[in-house]
Design a binder for this molecule. Structure first.
Ligand SMILES: [Zn+2]
Ligand SMILES: [Zn+2]
Length: 342
């Protein structure tokens, strides 16, 4: 099968084609696994973190991609949840131990043995992949293959982030960064919290305009001053400065939820500008979002189908995954990037 394979950790700005289109062995489904023919796979900023070594795969070569929509082509022994031809999704959570205190308390996203699709196991930048039936999801009919792909990470982790804010209807929500996840959170927030006003901080004018089209009441640059304080902010940027600005913009008792697997260290020194009374006092909180649970993915797919959320997608052929990653790195963003595999 054809696959875009990661063979090295590198700086994407200098080494602009880190993934290689290769012939790889077609995987075979083991006990409890399904073999999927990949239809579409979303492209996520986390893949850049893997390539640049901030969350490197434990072994190379590896096939990236954790927002996979595929059709069941074969099933291993004991598979009873899916049959051939079913349309199935695979998300970032590839497995968890099932027996640790985190797994047993509904927090399998925090499991010490958490394994990620497209990092610890081969992912969807390929024509086929295998996955345990317990970590696969039926894709609602209402979505096309390419629409469904970004729901599996950008959407699901956005859903988790929005839940972690503890927001109530009518409270004010800020979004810093407006990529794949941000635009889905905005659509979700408008549905779940119709009285909530959403403020979007984005660097590019195009992202700001896109946010206004989707219903943001205010848009501005990351360091623009806001007309009012916010009850919660979700940060999806890869850097630190927006966090400092967000803490400044939070009202008393407000919460900043940081949805980023890693932060780049380019502007880390701006943390020295943190001023306790301005940024932290008055019970302001910071909470990071780590991974997703299967429940997040399943609940979000259901909600997204009800609304329905229609992600805005830009399509790339499998062989042009490097270009899709560079477009994210260099912020040519409008919605979500998706590889159309077959
Ligand atoms: Zn992702
Ligand atoms: Zn566990």
């Amino acid at each position: 099968m054809k696959a875009m394979v990661m063979t090295r950790v590198c700086d994407l700005r200098k080494d602009r084609n880190p993934l290689e289109l290769r012939e790889a062995p077609k995987p075979e489904p083991r006990k409890g696994e399904v073999l999927l023919k990949v239809l579409a796979c979303g492209v996520c900023h986390t893949e850049i973190d893997e390539i640049e070594g901030r969350t490197p795969p434990p072994g190379l070569p590896v096939i990236l991609g954790h927002q996979v929509v595929g059709r069941v082509e074969d099933t291993g022994v004991g598979v009873d949840r899916f049959k051939k031809e079913d349309r199935v999704g695979v998300a970032w959570i590839n497995s968890a131990c099932g027996s640790c205190p985190f797994c047993l308390s509904g927090r399998e996203n925090l499991c010490p043995d958490f394994q990620a699709t497209g990092r610890d196991a081969d992912g969807g930048y390929a024509e086929y992949l295998t996955v345990s039936q317990d970590f696969a999801y039926t894709i609602p009919e209402v979505f096309t293959d390419v629409e469904a792909a970004p729901l599996l990470c950008a959407g699901a982790i956005g859903y988790r982030s929005l839940n972690l804010t503890g927001l109530r209807d009518g409270q004010r929500l800020g979004l810093t960064g407006f990529g794949a996840s941000g635009h889905l959170v905005l659509l979700m927030a408008r549905h779940k919290f119709p009285k909530t006003r959403v403020y979007v901080f984005a660097r590019s004018g195009k992202e700001q305009q896109f946010a206004r089209e989707l219903g943001a009441v205010w848009t501005g640059a990351p360091d623009d001053k806001l007309p009012e304080k916010l009850d919660a902010v979700i940060d999806t940027t890869p850097v630190w400065k927006p966090m400092v600005e967000a803490l400044h913009n939070l009202d008393a008792g407000g919460r900043l939820v940081v949805n980023a697997i890693r932060k780049e260290n380019s502007d880390q020194d701006c943390l020295l500008n943190l001023d306790y009374p301005t940024h932290l006092w008055m019970e302001k909180e910071i909470k990071s979002v780590a991974n997703v649970t299967r429940r997040d993915v399943a609940e979000f797919l259901k909600l997204a189908a009800e609304i329905p959320i229609r992600p805005q997608v830009e399509l790339y052929p499998l062989g042009e995954a490097n270009r899709a990653l560079l477009d994210i790195k260099e912020r040519r963003i409008r919605g979500a990037k998706v590889l159309r595999v077959s």
